[in-house]
Ligand binder design. Structure first.
Ligand SMILES: [Ca+2]
Ligand SMILES: [Ca+2]
Ligand SMILES: [Zn+2]
Length: 337
């Protein structure tokens, strides 16, 4: 769910990013508290479970699947209700972005059905609501996304979604951007919800404290905490005249860890991993050197907290930049050169 923010949030970013080859990084601590709702109660099978403020998860029973494929090309199988062709333009753009980002589907269906519709939503200020369905293990099956059309929401329908120039001038669009809201709601459809696959990684409001350390909130459903991850695509509110893009960290990283999506431009190193190592968030490499050598150009490499006592050499060509971050509040120290 996304709600309208009348004032755009301005505050200091609580994590730092570097566009560097090698870096030792330290980030600021943030206190966390409160609990999230676990949806793992078998008495709730086939019922919609209210998660928070308008986001619902429906746990459904499925026949046993003998061998579930762990990988497969990912595509969104879209359908529209009450959408004219002009309104579909930014929605298709967001669909193609998510499809390009997710190289394989992990636990979720390879062809993921999402219905996009316009319909009345209450109370005023609620811009859109996503209702995902999942099996009893929290693996997602499909989703329905409703965008408000009762007259209380003024939408900005961008027919040039590839071009953000409207948001760079002093004369900002007066409406709420359908593109940014769609990017956000597809995020809910593909993982940002309180299914069991997510809640198993939560400690209080912190997702995967030992690796990703993402601050979340259950305001209006599961979201990134806007006080920590400012302007992230999955914060719970957006103002008019604001465009947000899909963030590899924290938002896509959380989904990748929970649902084992393979994201080619998001790689991870954690020296605590002694099991399979593919460089994905859920199977990180244990050595920084491997990450530096094998992460594709113009990508993000997350270094899990810890001390990495290894010689690290970069032989990346000029211009082949690699963005390296340590998760919020963690320190990665790389020793030796
Ligand atoms: Ca409304
Ligand atoms: Ca545009
Ligand atoms: Zn939301």
């Amino acid at each position: 769910m996304l709600t309208l923010n009348s004032v755009r949030i301005h505050s200091l970013k609580m994590f730092r990013r570097w566009s560097v080859r090698i870096a030792a990084v330290a980030l600021l601590p943030v206190a966390t508290s409160a609990q999230t709702t676990a949806v793992n109660d078998s008495t709730k099978i086939n019922k919609e479970v209210g998660i928070c403020g308008g986001v619902f998860l429906k746990i459904v029973e499925l026949p046993e699947i003998a061998a579930k494929p762990s990988q497969g090309v990912f595509s969104i199988d879209e359908s529209f209700e009450n959408f004219n062709l002009g309104q579909q333009i930014p929605v298709y753009y967001a669909i193609r972005e998510w499809e390009a980002l997710i190289d394989s589907s992990g636990f979720n269906r390879s062809n993921f059905p999402i219905t996009f519709r316009f319909g009345p939503l209450d109370p005023n200020g609620v811009l859109a609501v996503t209702v995902p369905t999942a099996d009893g293990n929290g693996n997602l099956l499909s989703a329905e996304i409703t965008f408000d059309n009762d007259g209380s929401t003024n939408w900005f329908i961008d027919n040039s979604p590839e071009d953000d120039s409207e948001f760079l001038s002093g004369d900002l669009p007066q409406g709420v951007g359908l593109l940014s809201v769609t990017r956000h709601e597809i995020g809910h459809a593909l993982g940002w919800n309180t299914s069991e696959r997510v809640t198993v990684h939560l400690s209080g409001n912190t997702f995967d404290q030992s690796l990703l350390n993402i601050a979340t909130t259950t305001e209006g459903g599961l979201h990134t905490d806007p006080n920590v991850h400012v302007d992230d695509i999955m914060v719970p509110a957006i103002g008019t005249g604001v465009r947000r893009s899909i963030s590899l960290y924290p938002s896509v990283a959380m989904m990748s860890q929970s649902f084992h999506y393979w994201i080619s431009h998001l790689r991870c190193v954690a020296n605590t991993n002694n099991a399979s190592q593919t460089g994905s968030v859920y199977q990180p490499w244990s050595r920084v050197q491997v990450g530096v050598m094998d992460t594709p150009a113009r990508s993000l490499l997350i270094i899990g907290p810890g001390t990495y006592n290894e010689r690290v050499q970069s032989m990346r060509p000029a211009g082949d930049w690699l963005e390296i971050i340590a998760p919020r509040d963690a320190t990665a120290v790389i020793i030796g050169q």
